[in-house]
Design a protein around this ligand. Sequence first.
Ligand SMILES: NC(=O)c1ccc[n+]([C@@H]2O[C@H](COP(=O)([O-])OP(=O)(O)OC[C@H]3O[C@@H](n4cnc5c(N)ncnc54)[C@H](O)[C@@H]3O)[C@@H](O)[C@H]2O)c1
Length: 322
Amino acid sequence: MRVAITGCGGIAAAHAQCVEMAGDEIIAVADVNEDAARQFAGKHGGVAFKDVEDLLAQARPDAAIVCTPPNSHSAIVTALLEAGVPVLCEKPLAHTVADASDLVDAARRTGVPAYVAYCHRFNPAARLMRDYAREGKLGTLFTFRNAFVGSAPQLTTAWRTDPEISGGGCLMDNGSHSLDILQFITGPVSEVWSKLHFAAEGRGDVAADLLTVGEGGVAGLISVSYVSARPQAVFEVIGSEMALQYDYESSGSTVTAFRPGAEPALIEMQAGCDVRFIEQYRAFSEAMKGRPTALATFDEALSVSRVIDRCQQQAGTPGGVC
Ligand SMILES: NC(=O)c1ccc[n+]([C@@H]2O[C@H](COP(=O)([O-])OP(=O)(O)OC[C@H]3O[C@@H](n4cnc5c(N)ncnc54)[C@H](O)[C@@H]3O)[C@@H](O)[C@H]2O)c1
């Protein structure tokens, strides 16, 4: 596959590695920071452009990976889809529900394959939990719990907490991943109660706590934070018969199963959480061949955006002290 990448910052490098590992070719890259584009092309290949319009005028990629900040996704992804180029867009789909909704319409209108890079669903643990939940092995599903918390003070002043660019803060950034895994494993969220925590006026949240209820009555408890002293990256799904837990720090290639009255047991997987970008790219190339895919659709990503929007409305504003 001949791939284009727009946005040549942090996450683009992870995607470029996956393209290279698959034996595919990066033929074009674009970044408003032309130096960044040139350096990235020097390292990973392809011709460097300053924006997607220039890129599309001169290159014809088989697919594109969009790695720019959320407020630019709508224009870039729409241009790609209208040019007939299939897209894997970084999360969240957009910085507002309106833009996310427009992108769902653009994908439908053009009929061009379009997915969102919610990579944590490609952690084999998330897939195992989804399978167990669907097969009824957990009994009645009660609760999904997740914490993506840590100390990242640099993000409290970066674009990630600039509502104009990111559409919010830590909830939009970490929490969009949390909500995607929650819905991937247990199904759609229908209600949400939330508390967003702000550190400065006009900035997005730096932490958020959510209680959700899904269509089957499954509860979701999510905590995300940039300002937590103790880092934690863990998710678990709890049912009447069994609970499954995955901890990014310590689980490696196992999921821990807890059954009432029994010792915890380890379920071995074929790989650990670090394969998620590789598996995601593999899924993207398979989808390009028309094969079924577990990639997040634009509709699924819109539903994540809607839950976040409801939380922000409960807080009063995507940026501000509440
Ligand atoms: N899946 C994950 O685990 C994960 C991790 C990090 C970031 N992300 C997502 O990836 C995206 C990018 O994040 P990042 O950390 O790489 O950001 P970054 O700031 O490191 O890089 C973004 C790059 O995009 C460029 N850019 C900005 N607007 C542009 C435009 N209109 N056209 C072309 N280039 C433009 C910037 O100059 C910069 O080089 C975001 O949507 C973010 O949420 C996902």
